[in-house]
Design a protein around this ligand. Structure first.
Ligand SMILES: NC(=O)C1=CN([C@@H]2O[C@H](COP(=O)(O)OP(=O)(O)OC[C@H]3O[C@@H](n4cnc5c(N)ncnc54)[C@H](O)[C@@H]3O)[C@@H](O)[C@H]2O)C=CC1
Ligand SMILES: CC(=O)C(=O)O
Ligand SMILES: [Mg+2]
Length: 621
C-alpha cells in the first residue's frame, strides 16, 4: 500500500507520517544542507508539547515570535549546552539530601511524579489530588513548593503558565493571545520578589502561582482549563541568581519606581482586555509593592492580594477561634492582647483586619478604633515599633506605640521580642516574620507569663524551616493548655501524658479559593472589604464549640472543598447585599437575588468543576 492510500485511511496516521517524514528529512538537511528550516504545522503550546519539535528554552526570540511562543517560556534564551548542564545539575542533585526542606525526604521526588502526571493527564492529576488532599497539599503547596521554587532551574521541564518580562513592554496586549484558552477565570500572578519566607527567587517564583492554582482547582473546583499561572519578570535582586548562568530569568536588577509600575499596569490592561471577567490574585510581592499595587488596582479591577487580605481573614478566624477556645464568647476579642512579630505585607494585613474587627465589636466609633489599636504590640526586625522610630514605614505607623505609654510598661523603641512578651504577657503571640526559630526557648518561656487562661501561638511563616517555632517546641514549653497554629503543616504532638497537642494549619489556603470562587460566581466587579470579612467570619463559624474547646480552630484540609463552597456562598451573599453582584453566565443579578442560603450553596456546588472524563468527539472546524 502506498503512502497516499495510508493517508486516506486515517487522518491522524497521516499527520503522524507527515511529521515523521518532515522530521527525518530535517535531520538529513541539517547534515547536508546546513540551515534549511524545518516546516512545522504547529504553533504555540502545541509545539512545546511535541517532543519532536520542542526546544524548550532554546527557542530564539525570533522563533518565539514566529511560532506564537512569546510569553510561554521563561525569557532567558539558552543554547543546548546550557540546557544539558541545567538538566545534569538537576540529575546530580538527586544524590544530595534535601537539606532544610520539608520533613519528608521524598517530597521533591513526589512533586516530580505528581508534576509529570499533571503534564500527562490533568483530570487524573486532580482526581488524585482531591482524593488525597491532606497528603499531597504539602507537596504541591507549602512546604514543598518552596523547595521546588528554590530548585526550579533544575526542575523546569514543560512550561506551565505565562511569563511577561520587562523586555516585553509594548507587546503584552498581543502576547496574551498566545495563551490558548478563550476563557480564563483565575490568574495567580507573582513577581517572585518574596516567595514564602524564602526571599527573592526571581522567575523561579512561578512555582507558587502554579501551586496556588492547584488549590483553586482542587478546593474551589475552578476548571483547570481556565486557570493561568503568571510570572512577571522585572529582574531579580538575588545576587546568586544574577550570577548563575543557568538562571531562567532576566539577569538584571529589579526595575524600580515608575518603570516597575508601567510593566504591571501593562500586564493588567492586557489580561483584562482579553479576559474582562478574569480575577487576578497577587501573590508573594514584596511588601513595598504589595500595598501600593493593591491600592492602585482594587477599585478598578477584579483583584485581591492574598498575602495581605487572604492571610488577614485566616488569622482573624483563628484569633476568634482562640477566644472561643478559652470558653469565652467571640465578642471578647477586643480584650485580647496580641503581640505580632513581623510588619510586612502579611503582618500589617492581619493587624489592620484585626483592629477593624475589634473596632466593629466595640461599636465602630472613633474611640472604638483607638481602643482597638492599643491591643497590639508590633515587633519587626528593629524591635518594638513605637512613635520614637525614625523613618517609620507608613503602613506600620498606625500601630506604633506611644513612647510614654511604653515607658510606663517598661518598654522602649526597639525593645526585643522577649522583652515585649515578658512585659505585655499577651494572650496571643503571632509570627509573620519569615524568621525560623524566632520564638526561641526564651520567648516561649516568657509566654508562660501570659495572663490568658489559654495562650495561643501562631507561627505562621512559611515554609516549615521559616516557622517561628515548631509545634513540638511550643507544646513542650507551654504544655497542652495552649492553642497552636502554623503556616505550614506540623504533625500533632504526643504530649506523653495521654494528651495530644493539636496542630492547626493557619494558612490562607483556607480562604483564597473560596474568595476567588465567590467573586467569580457573584460577578462582582471589585473585591470589597465586606466580602473578605464575610469570608473570614464564615471560616470562623465553621468550627463547632466542641472542636474549638479541644484546641481545633481550623478544619482539617480534607474538608477544604466543603469549606470553600461555604465561603464562596458567603462572599456571593455579601456581594448581593452590597449590590455589587452582576451574576455569572445564565445566572443574572436578579436571579441571584432570589436564591436563599440553600439555593446559594447549590448554585456554588453546581458550578464547581469535578475531575471526571468527558466524552470527546472530533470536529475539524
Ligand atoms: N500562613 C500564611 O497563610 C501566610 C504566611 N506568610 C508568611 O509570612 C512571612 C512574612 O511575609 P511578608 O509579610 O510578606 O514578608 P515581609 O518580608 O514583607 O515582612 C517580614 C517582616 O518581618 C520582620 N522581621 C524580620 N526579622 C524579624 C525579627 N527578627 N523579629 C521580628 N520581626 C522580624 C521584618 O522587619 C518585616 O516587617 C513569610 O514567611 C510568609 O511565608 C505570608 C502570607 C500568608
Ligand atoms: C501562604 C502564603 O501565601 C505565603 O506564605 O506567602
Ligand atoms: Mg503568599
Amino acid at each position: 500500500m502506498g503512502i497516499g492510500n495510508k493517508l486516506r485511511l486515517s487522518s491522524s496516521l497521516s499527520r503522524m507520517l507527515h511529521r515523521r517524514i518532515l522530521y527525518s528529512s530535517a535531520r538529513s538537511f541539517t547534515t547536508t544542507e546546513g540551515h534549511r528550516p524545518t516546516i512545522v504545522h504547529k504553533r504555540s503550546l502545541d509545539i512545546l508539547h511535541d517532543p519532536w519539535f520542542n526546544k524548550g528554552t532554546a527557542f530564539t526570540m525570533t522563533e518565539r515570535d514566529r511560532l506564537d511562543l512569546r510569553g510561554l517560556l521563561p525569557p532567558n534564551v539558552m543554547d543546548s549546552d546550557q540546557q544539558i548542564t541545567r538538566f545534569m545539575t538537576d540529575l546530580k542533585r538527586l544524590e544530595e539530601q534535601a537539606r532544610d526542606g520539608p520533613s519528608d525526604p521524598n517530597a521533591l521526588a513526589k512533586w516530580r511524579i505528581l508534576n509529570r502526571l499533571h503534564d500527562r493527564n490533568e483530570t487524573m492529576y486532580y482526581k488524585v489530588l482531591i482524593a488525597n488532599i491532606e497528603e499531597y497539599a504539602p507537596i504541591v503547596y507549602t512546604p514543598t513548593v518552596g523547595l521546588v521554587c528554590q530548585n526550579y532551574s533544575g526542575l523546569f521541564r514543560r512550561p506551565r503558565g505565562m511569563y511577561f518580562s520587562s523586555e516585553d513592554r509594548g507587546e503584552m496586549m498581543s502576547m496574551v493571545y498566545n495563551w490558548p484558552a478563550e476563557q480564563v477565570d483565575m490568574i495567580v500572578v507573582t513577581d517572585g520578589s518574596r516567595i514564602l519566607g524564602l526571599g527573592d527567587l526571581g522567575i523561579h517564583g512561578i512555582g507558587i502561582s502554579v501551586g496556588k492554582l492547584d488549590l483553586y482547582v482542587a478546593a474551589a473546583g475552578i476548571n483547570p482549563q481556565r486557570v493561568l499561572p503568571v510570572m512577571i519578570d522585572v529582574g531579580t535582586n538575588n545576587e546568586k541568581l544574577l550570577k548563575n548562568p543557568l538562571y531562567l530569568g532576566l539577569q538584571q536588577h529589579r526595575l524600580e519606581n515608575d518603570e516597575y509600575i508601567e510593566v504591571i499596569d501593562e500586564f493588567m490592561e492586557a489580561v483584562f482586555t482579553r479576559w474582562p471577567h478574569v480575577i487576578v490574585q497577587f501573590e508573594d510581592f514584596q511588601s513595598k509593592w504589595a500595598f501600593k499595587l493593591l491600592q492602585r488596582y482594587r477599585n478598578s479591577y477584579r483583584m485581591f492580594n492574598d498575602d495581605v487580605q487572604g492571610t488577614a481573614g485566616v488569622a482573624i478566624a483563628g484569633l476568634l477561634g482562640a477566644v472561643r477556645a478559652q470558653g469565652r464568647p467571640m465578642i471578647d476579642f477586643p480584650k485580647m492582647k496580641i503581640v505580632v512579630a513581623g510588619a510586612g505585607s502579611a503582618g500589617i494585613g492581619v493587624l489592620n483586619a484585626a483592629r477593624k474587627t475589634m473596632a466593629r465589636m466595640l461599636g465602630n466609633t472613633e474611640t472604638a478604633f483607638d481602643s482597638a489599636q492599643s491591643q497590639f504590640w508590633v515587633v519587626d526586625a528593629q524591635g518594638l515599633i513605637t512613635e520614637g522610630r525614625e523613618d517609620i514605614d507608613p503602613e506600620a505607623k498606625p500601630f506604633a506605640r506611644k513612647t510614654k505609654e511604653m515607658e510606663r510598661q517598661g518598654l522602649k523603641e526597639g525593645a526585643s521580642l522577649v522583652e515585649v512578651v515578658r512585659e505585655v504577657k499577651p494572650d496571643v503571640l503571632l509570627g509573620l516574620s519569615a524568621v525560623g526559630g524566632l520564638f526561641s526557648k526564651e520567648v516561649l518561656e516568657a509566654m508562660k507569663g501570659s495572663t490568658s487562661t489559654r495562650p495561643a501561638i501562631f507561627a505562621m511563616s512559611n515554609p516549615t524551616k521559616n516557622a517561628e517555632c515548631t509545634a513540638q517546641e511550643a507544646f513542650s514549653i507551654l504544655g497542652d493548655n495552649m492553642i497552636f497554629a502554623s503556616g505550614s503543616p506540623f504533625k500533632n504532638v504526643d504530649l506523653g501524658n495521654g494528651n495530644v497537642g493539636h496542630c492547626n494549619q493557619g494558612n490562607n489556603m483556607y480562604l483564597f479559593p473560596g474568595i476567588g470562587l465567590g467573586i467569580l460566581l457573584s460577578g462582582t466587579p471589585i473585591v470589597s472589604d465586606g466580602m473578605l470579612q464575610a469570608a473570614a467570619e464564615c471560616l470562623a463559624a465553621y468550627m463547632s464549640e466542641e472542636e474549638v474547646l479541644k484546641g481545633i480552630i481550623y478544619p482539617p484540609i480534607s474538608r477544604i472543598r466543603d469549606i470553600t463552597k461555604r465561603i464562596a456562598a458567603a462572599v456571593i451573599k455579601e456581594a448581593i447585599e452590597e449590590e455589587l453582584a452582576c451574576g455569572y453566565r445564565e445566572m443574572d443579578a436578579r436571579e441571584l437575588q432570589k436564591l436563599n442560603e440553600d439555593g446559594l450553596m447549590q448554585y456554588v456546588e453546581n458550578n464547581m468543576w469535578s475531575p471526571e472524563y468527558p466524552t470527546l468527539v472530533y470536529r475539524d472546524d
